[in-house]
Design a protein around this ligand. Structure first.
Ligand code: NAP
Length: 248
């Protein structure tokens, strides 16, 4: 057994440290999926239907680092609707850092939806510097979303085949995939064995019964073994990073 905290003086973790810890593997030849979540200590993924009530500036720092280092931000339509998603906002300093790292100035938001029920007049389409990507099915209505400027990818007939969706993103050169949930999309990604890294913040809160846990929906027959890769701590919040165990 090891003591992971306290080990370093408070505020010792710099942005450069975070970039090193949360950086994607170099020379990726396939899409690589990092998933971000914050949970209460009793396992809730939301308070009053939003994740905001569970978060903390330290968690936000890690969350923004995920955005900073990614080619694309992947999110389920339930989260995009509940949280009122709009295009990513990257300040000038972070934009310069992205360009220095060889990334585009702003990562697009890619929304996974079976129904295609996204508001073409909403901020996802109107308040963004780059067109959103909508990943959907052959059966979903798409003309209005395309007219609103979305780059629509079809990855399945009734359901989105997430493996195929990642391939389509990869073909566009979008391999560093930063998934921001939500629970249903995460459940499907786990079931399809597509999760390479989980960045999980545990908030020192008891949210009580009612809210979903961070994975929901499709069951997974066999748990996937992950390795604990790093643990950060601030103000009672623990930021855990778990990586897929290769061959595990
Ligand atoms: N604590 C956290 O860190 C965190 C993070 C994210 C979200 N949340 C919370 O989670 C809640 C939303 O939960 P949710 O489970 O509804 O979120 P979700 O996974 O973002 O959305 C579910 C929806 O995404 C689409 N979808 C997901 N997987 C799909 C697949 N394989 N194929 C096709 N479509 C797929 C479907 O959209 P359609 O309905 O359009 O077909 C589905 O109804 C919100 O309260 C949000 O605040 C918390």
């Amino acid at each position: 057994m090891q003591l992971l905290w306290p080990t370093t003086p408070a505020d010792a973790v710099t942005d450069a440290d975070l970039e090193r810890l949360y950086g994607y593997p170099e020379d990726l030849t396939r899409p690589w999926v990092q998933v971000n979540f914050v949970s209460s200590a009793d396992g809730a993924a939301a308070v009053n239907e939003l994740s905001e009530g569970l978060s903390h500036p330290a968690d936000k720092r890690v969350f923004l680092m995920g955005r900073l280092l990614s080619d694309v931000i992947l999110v389920g339509a339930g989260t995009a609707r509940a949280e009122g998603y709009r295009g990513a906002r990257i300040n000038a300093e972070r934009t310069a850092r992205r360009v220095a790292l060889g990334l585009s100035e702003v990562p697009p938001i890619a929304v996974v939806t079976r129904s295609g029920e996204l508001d073409p007049a909403g901020p996802l389409f109107t308040d963004t510097k780059v067109p959103p990507i909508v990943i959907t099915t052959e059966k979903a209505p798409r003309a209005e979303l395309e007219r609103a400027g979305a780059d629509v990818l079809v990855a399945g007939t009734d359901d989105v085949d997430l493996g195929h969706a990642l391939e389509l993103l990869g073909k566009r050169g979008l391999r560093r995939i930063d998934c921001e949930g939500g629970p249903m999309l995460f459940g499907d990604l786990i079931a399809a064995d597509l999760v390479d890294q989980l960045c999980l913040t545990v908030a020192p809160l008891l949210a009580g019964a009612g809210a979903r846990r961070i994975a929901h929906g499709r069951p997974t027959p066999d748990p996937r073994r992950m390795d604990l890769a790093s643990v950060l701590f601030e103000d009672g919040f623990t930021m855990l990073r778990y990586r897929r165990r290769e061959g595990g």
